[in-house]
Design a protein. Structure first.
Length: 201
């Protein structure tokens, strides 16, 4: 007997459905029924989700959303997404807005667990992407095995300190970098960044 479509969608968010998805445990994050429906609508109502389910390699690209940093992050997304049997996506590609702030955490939870690789493009320790990576460190220890950090380094020590000396965020991400060890790839220029992307399998 065919299963109810709504029940199938529910399992995408709460348990394993096929070999392309893993349990993201969204029930550990408090959602109202309306927020849960909004989350399902954004994720399952997107054409991107079908690409993710069918791709062998699924890259969630984390980093700054705006400015030159955001442009470089999109370039990384493009390079990864152009690989054979691969797709690359960002949280904001699913239509999340500032009005959806209450469901960013569970959406990130679901998508980071669904990804085969989480790629952080870091140029500083200031912004929402720092929270996202801290979230991985504290909540999703299994993601440590799929996380790659492409970290920009600066020749000027004062600038390096300015970009990365951010109290608690710095300590959390330093611990995360230590956890992923050799999957932290440093870069200085945009050409270096292309080479860094090449290190990600």
């Amino acid at each position: 007997m065919p299963e109810d479509e709504s029940e199938s969608d529910e399992r995408y968010l709460e348990s394993v459905e096929g070999e392309n998805l893993v349990d993201a445990e969204p029930d550990t994050l408090s959602l109202t029924p309306g927020q849960h429906e909004r989350l399902k609508s954004l994720i399952h109502g997107s054409d991107i989700f079908a690409e993710i389910v069918n791709a062998e390699r699924r890259y969630l690209v984390v980093g700054r959303g705006g400015g030159e940093e955001g442009d470089r992050r999109k370039e990384v997304q493009g390079m990864l997404g152009n690989r054979r049997s691969a797709t690359a996506f960002r949280l904001e590609d699913f239509g999340l807005t500032e009005d959806d702030i209450d469901i960013w955490a569970p959406a990130f939870d679901v998508l980071s667990a669904t990804a085969t690789h989480v790629v952080g493009v870091l140029e500083d320790y200031d912004g929402g992407h720092v929270w996202e990576l801290g979230f991985l460190y504290h909540r999703q220890s299994h993601v440590h095995d799929s996380l790659w950090i492409l970290k920009r380094v600066y020749d000027n020590e004062d600038l390096q300190r300015e970009r990365y000396d951010n109290g608690m965020a710095a300590s959390h991400l330093a611990a995360l970098e230590e956890a992923v060890e050799d999957r932290v790839v440093t870069w200085r220029t945009e050409e270096d960044l292309k080479d860094a992307v090449g290190e990600v399998p």
